[in-house]
Write a new protein. Structure first.
Length: 72
């Protein structure tokens, strides 16, 4: 039996957690940029964050579906 630690769902969950952490870090940088005279950069970053947020929802739903199917 494969180790749960390296299962597909566990690996995908870790990728998802990394995505959320990157989203938070990018948001911090975006706020700093907006406060230091970089409104155009901030707009571009916020657009990228919107994509990350949309994809995070899709990934979360996919993970829920994989978990419901049982062990991988």
């Amino acid at each position: 039996m494969p180790s749960r630690e390296y299962s597909l769902t566990d690996t995908l969950e870790r990728i998802y957690e990394n995505q959320l952490a990157l989203e938070a870090a990018i948001m911090e940088l975006s706020m700093w940029t907006a406060n230091h005279g970089g409104p155009h950069v901030d707009e571009n970053v916020r657009g990228a964050l919107e994509t990350i947020g949309e994809n995070a929802g899709h990934i979360k739903q996919g993970l829920a579906r994989l978990k419901a199917q049982g062990p991988d």
